[in-house]
Design a protein around this ligand. Structure first.
Ligand code: V47
Length: 372
């Protein structure tokens, strides 16, 4: 069937995608600069179906944020609070374990644990938290600590990144989430998150984690001050690390939510930009297996359409989300398993429940009755 490509700049990309060839920096720019979203989406969908056929993955997970107290003051963030801010919170160990159990059922396969850079919580405290979770929920995968948190813990404990990752892994960390990458461009990073590790350090921390055998995700925050070049540069730097380590499992483009941040004058991203970022990522990141359309961030409606624009994952039940809701997200805090199934099926995809590392989860009929 002939494919209609309105923008002639996409023709070489079309040829490369059909031949299975790697796209260049300039190809990436052309993907971002064209308005021919359907052509970009068509190509991304082609690659996505080559890799995953008709399947869309989801999981049954729970987010836990032990503290929102943070020494950094990133302009992009509405979640972090200063230690003296009465609105801030820090859970006790018992509260973390109790929170993990709230809404817990046989169905939860992953705890996604991230928090602020707390000035006083120690590496020992976090290790005890992890051991306590493993003791109480031995079958649940712990996807915990962004590269930024790992680097901060290393600095505070005066240990190497490698030593900290060893300790966290021994205490129960099974893999790392993809947050904190933001955008690697130093020009933009200086404005939106100048207190954070720089892009090179984020990538180096990921390399070390992968070397130790820990898989991780990766992300890119878009829709703030970055330009097309910054986005392509970010994706290609992730692609380079993946060529070297093979440790990234999933890429998640994250749309900037400006409410309650010092950057609240910036307009929210559009559905067009959200789909473009999914599709461009699928085409440029030829070595990262999965592209996730995180429904909390892009709304269930756009996340569903994204399943035909390059994404093969929609994330999970989540249960309780703070980072995006503090920044004005209007999506609900959790989706039931049945609703995820419905969204995926109505997009004409076959839902497959996965664990964090994308192994299919087998469930007996009996467990369906206790699902969150
Ligand atoms: O690290 C913070 C970003 C991330 C805002 O690995 C913001 O499976 C938009 O990383 N507007 C947290 N974004 C979310 C995240 C994530 C989510 C789902 C799955 C996975 C995974 C990872 O959100 C932060 C930061 O990059 N963020 N503030 C904001 N106002």
């Amino acid at each position: 069937m002939p494919v209609v490509i309105e923008d002639s700049r996409l023709k070489p990309i079309y040829d490369k995608v059909f031949a299975g060839e790697r796209l260049t920096f300039d190809d990436g720019l052309a993907l971002y600069r064209t308005s021919d979203l359907l052509a970009v989406g068509y190509l991304a969908n082609l690659v996505r179906e080559r890799l995953h056929g008709n399947v869309t993955f989801f999981n049954v997970n729970r987010h836990i944020n032990p503290t929102d107290v943070c020494v950094a003051s990133c302009r992009l963030c509405a979640f972090g609070k200063k230690a003296k801010d009465p609105r801030g919170y820090t859970m006790s160990l018992e509260q973390v374990w109790e929170t993990a159990g709230q809404g817990w059922s046989e169905a939860v396969t992953e705890f996604h644990i991230v928090g602020g850079l707390h000035p006083e919580l120690t590496l020992d405290w976090y290790c005890e938290m992890l051991r306590g979770l493993k003791e109480r929920f031995p079958q649940v995968h712990l996807k915990a600590f962004t590269m930024v948190e790992v680097a901060y813990l290393a600095r505070r404990a005066r240990m190497s990144t490698e030593q900290v990752l060893w300790r966290l892994r021994d205490a129960g960390v099974d893999s790392l989430p993809g947050g904190g990458a933001e955008i690697f461009s130093e020009r933009v990073r200086r404005i939106i998150c100048d207190h954070k590790i720089d892009g090179d350090e984020w990538l180096e921390t990921a390399r070390i984690a992968h070397r130790l055998g820990l898989k991780s995700n990766c992300t890119m925050l878009y829709g703030h001050l970055e330009n097309d070049e910054d986005r392509v540069d970010h994706l290609l730097r992730l692609r380079q690390v993946q060529d070297d380590t093979g440790g990234f499992v999933t890429f998640i483009p994250l749309a900037f939510h400006p409410d309650n941040t010092p950057l609240q004058h910036i307009a929210r991203t559009t559905g067009f930009a959200d789909l473009k970022n999914i599709a461009a990522a699928r085409l440029l990141l030829d070595n990262i297996p999965h592209i996730k359309a995180y429904w909390i961030m892009m709304t269930p409606r756009i996340a569903q359409i994204a399943q035909r624009f390059g994404a093969d994952d929609i994330d999970g039940t989540v249960v309780e989300e703070k980072i995006y809701h503090d920044a004005g997200a209007t999506t609900s805090q959790s989706l039931r398993r049945q609703e995820l199934l419905r969204l995926i099926q109505r997009a004409g995809r076959e839902p497959v429940e996965r664990d964090t590392l994308y192994r299919p989860v087998q469930r007996s009929e009996a467990t369906f009755t206790v699902l969150v």
